[in-house]
Design a protein around this ligand. Sequence first.
Ligand code: NDP
Length: 433
Amino acid sequence: VRRNPGETEFHQAVREVVESLVPVLERHPEHLDPNAFERICEPERQIIFRVPWQDDEGRWRLNRGFRVEFNSALGPFKGGLRFHPSVYLGIVKFLGFEQVFKNALTGMPLGGGKGGSDFDPKGRSPDEVMRFCQSFMTELYRHIGEYTDVPAGDIGVGGREIGYLFGQYKRITNRHESGVLTGKGLGWGGAVVRTEATGYGAAYFTEEMLLSRGRSMGGQTAVVSGSGNVAIYAIQKLTQMGATVVACSDSDGYVVDERGIDLELVREIKESGRGRISEYADRVSHAHHVSGGSVWDVACTVAIPSATENELDGRAATTLVRNGCIAVAEGANMPSTRDAVKVFTEAGTAFGPGKAANAGGVATSALEMQQNAARDSWTFDRTERRLHEIMRDIHASCFEAAQEYGEPGNLVLGANAVGFLRVADAMNAQGLV
Ligand code: NDP
């Protein structure tokens, strides 16, 4: 805390991992000396830069850009870019730290990193977003590359922004280096299923948690928070699996549709129109919208928080458990507070931490990198089958590790143990770096 003052989300993420690793470090004293954990908590490199740009009225604007290159023991730094006014170093570091373990869990050769800016894309014209992305990349380009650091999207950065960023990278470097960014458009190096991957992966992970407890997805009632990239495709896959998703949200409130959320309408509102989720209730007479409030007040048996960090607190967790929720999988990064995780653990609710449950996105990014390197493109079915396999493997390795370290069913411990040992072993093998 003294070394990284004010970075509360980073402290929260580190504390969660340290606390759960006690039984692992007891069995692996080689990681105490030299202290692999201390080195894992220190990013290899942190870049903070000025991003000047011009708005449509010709006014000069200024934002701050970040890229935290956290750990490259397993492969090039890999992780998304977030554009949101709340972004500061503490958020980027927490996301980068989580990413290191998540990427290790996929079993793919990926290091961890994260970046972004306090730029708020909301209300900005497409031209303004393009000028901002170009200015952002004008600094970022010198730090990234197929073998160095490979950014992707996150909150506020979707296909459109990746397009502008890639265009500027290509223009500055004079290289069509497909592997430098993932989440690209399908016509120019992107891979099918990448858009759907995080949401689909979270749904697959939830199914594995249910199966491990003798349950299945058919007939479950689900609530998914958010209505962005992760939420939309979690809703789609849960519905395909036979669950009824009754509510979703955005930062203004939530919408309830007991007959099941009409995904095409959500996509029309959010993806095409970039509108607000309240429009859903304006257009569907049997649905209703609640301004503000907590989407977790809506009764469900399965919950997939897919909006943002700390959106689900102890009170919300207690309400979920009281309403009969049996499984929670984090589609977002660290959406559950420490209190919430404690409530789920004590109640015996199946809980999938984000670094495991939402790893499908980065895993599919690695598949995109594979296809770019091989100048190949896979079919949707083949890619989705591979994603499903990866999510099953991640669940199985977390489940087995929880058993091995004496806390069966504790997937937080399982995920941290597997991720930490893979990275720490590689770091020790590479010497004092
Ligand atoms: P998007 O920008 O596509 O969507 C974010 C959604 O969350 C929007 O509906 C947004 O509503 C809502 N939201 C944001 N802040 C709040 C808030 N304070 N309260 C309520 N709702 C809020 O982002 P993604 O779907 O890509 O990302 C969502 C989460 O998933 C993040 O935690 C991200 O780090 C994580 N993640 C994403 C991956 C990916 O592949 N995209 C991969 C792994 C994790 P509004 O429009 O009102 O802001």
